[in-house]
Design a binder for this molecule. Structure first.
Ligand SMILES: [Zn+2]
Length: 93
């Protein structure tokens, strides 16, 4: 799986380290599981990285109205039509 989102870097003792990394990408809406692809890419680049996204966004597509939702505080309810959202990432369906 590909990762998408935002990464910022800072310099520390002459080396680049990850300051913040997130899966916040409105185009691709990646699953939080895309972390492994991001981590691999950072490791290949030889950059010190955190153990997880420093800012992580949970995207779900409503199966009822097809709108993409950003799930906040584990509240898996569509903000557009009040239908329950699926527990698994489904943006590509
Ligand atoms: Zn909906």
């Amino acid at each position: 799986m590909l990762g998408a989102g935002e990464v910022s870097f800072r310099e520390e003792f002459g080396q680049w380290v990850v300051d913040e990394v997130s899966n916040q990408s409105t185009g691709y809406c990646p699953d939080v599981g895309s972390w492994s692809a991001v981590a691999d890419a950072l490791e290949r680049a030889g950059v010190d990285r955190p153990d997880r996204f420093t800012h992580q966004v949970v995207f779900r597509r409503c199966v009822s109205c097809r709108q993409v939702n950003v799930v906040r505080e584990d509240d898996f309810v569509c903000v557009f039509c009040d239908e329950a959202l699926p527990s698994d990432w489904n943006i590509d369906r």
